[in-house]
Design a protein around this ligand. Structure first.
Ligand SMILES: [Mg+2]
Length: 397
């Protein structure tokens, strides 16, 4: 199995809302198509990849550095010698050659985009859904042998991340939005904080809590906006409520600030969606005072060099006494859902009705009781999401 061509495109993913730090009006994503010579059912296997919302398209790094390295590599080095199929782990290492340590940023996103496409192609060639291929490739225990309480392979807990700040938004429109998520089958939801005054945010929190049925939980997300005194005053105000978690109160690299906050606030904290490599996660575990019994880690495989780096992060977590069940990746798409199922993570973020068509899961897998079922469709499953499949065909066919 060989790569014949890799095509790179950009697509808009703009929306008219904001979190506490950025507006999404000019947001873009990269979309790639990895065309191979491998034929299944009379058609050449093509793998598709894209990045999660919140980081822009990465055309320059893809076309200027990563793809030339893949093209220059002897094709046999990109193949698993046992199966003869594409080996995304080998390709990942090739793309990352001649890059200095540190400064991960956009480069990690660019590799993540290619990683999704390479796994999509490899899983389609193997005739397996991605979550199953990853399980065997990374030697994760089969679901039968996992303890009863462990996350099941066939479905993943998801929560509805919304509650953005809209120019004409009111508490009333926020309540309508949250009600619509409950109607879709979600049980747990998340809203933004930090884009309004503390008093207004508390009003938003109370309005949503008032709507949630028993057993459903609310999380809040400040997107790294606050300095330590503000983060502490929000923590104090929010401690009156039983929140699922308080997300990104501080800059993602302010580890000591997190440690002060964790000391002051017993409630669960969440962070990690803007940490893109193992050393950054290791520093978080060493210095941020996070608690393995309650806090939530949100590193996003598609933004952080893809599955090989994510698997290494999980090893780093295990060494520090953290279960994969504490991980709930940012991103809200099929690839992260497959990773969550494969590695037994606690869940996966979801963005109902926004960041479409990249966000969301298979058309035939609605959210039921706050969980999404994994299917048997080979690859990442883009072909099972009609609007996304149409978009990639329009971009590349
Ligand atoms: Mg977030």
């Amino acid at each position: 199995m060989r790569i014949i061509d890799v095509r790179v495109a950009e697509a808009p993913i703009g929306s008219g809302f904001a979190n506490a730090v950025i507006d999404f009006s000019a947001m873009t994503v990269s979309v790639v198509a990895v065309e191979t010579d491998h034929v299944v059912d009379g058609e050449r296997v093509v793998g598709y990849g894209f990045n999660s919302n919140g980081r822009y398209a990465q055309t320059g790094i893809l076309t200027g550095r990563l793809l030339p390295r893949l093209r220059a590599c002897p094709p046999e080095r990109l193949v698993d010698p046992d199966t003869g199929l594409l080996d995304p782990v080998a390709a990942n290492a090739v793309m990352r050659t001649n890059e200095k340590p540190g400064g991960h940023g956009d480069r990690a996103v660019a590799v993540g985009i290619m990683d999704m496409a390479l796994w999509d192609a490899a899983a389609k060639a193997a005739g397996q859904p991605l979550h199953r291929l990853l399980r065997s490739r990374f030697d994760r225990p089969a679901p039968e042998s996992a303890p009863e309480s462990a996350p099941r392979e066939d479905s993943v807990w998801v929560y509805a991340a919304g509650g953005y700040y809209y120019p004409d938004g009111t508490v009333g429109t926020l309540r309508e939005e949250i009600r619509s998520y409950l109607d879709l089958g979600y049980r747990d939801v998340k809203i933004k904080v930090g884009g309004a005054s503390l008093a207004e945010d508390v009003e938003r929190v109370e309005a949503v809590l008032d709507l949630l049925p028993a057993g459903c939980r609310l999380a809040v997300d400040a997107n790294g906006r606050f300095d330590l005194p503000t983060a502490l005053s929000y923590a104090e105000a929010l401690s009156a409520y039983d929140l699922r978690w308080y997300e990104e109160p501080l800059d993602p690299l302010d580890y000591l600030g997190h440690a002060v906050l964790a000391e002051a606030r017993p409630g669960p904290l969440a962070t990690g969606e803007n940490l893109f490599a193992v050393p950054e996660v290791r520093n978080l575990l060493r210095h941020a005072g996070l608690r393995a019994d309650r806090d939530v880690l949100q590193m996003d495989p598609s933004l952080s060099y893809g599955v090989p780096e994510y698997a290494a992060m999980l090893t780093c977590l295990a060494d520090a006494g953290w279960s994969p069940e504490r991980c709930v990746p940012h991103g809200g798409h099929l690839y992260n859902l497959a990773v969550a199922a494969a590695f037994g993570l606690g869940g996966c973020e979801s963005y109902p009705r926004v960041f479409e068509p990249f966000g969301g899961f298979a058309d035939d897998a609605p959210v039921t009781g706050g969980r999404v079922r994994l299917g048997d469709r080979p690859g990442v499953g883009i072909e099972g999401k009609a609007d996304l499949h149409r978009l990639v065909r329009n971009l590349f066919d």
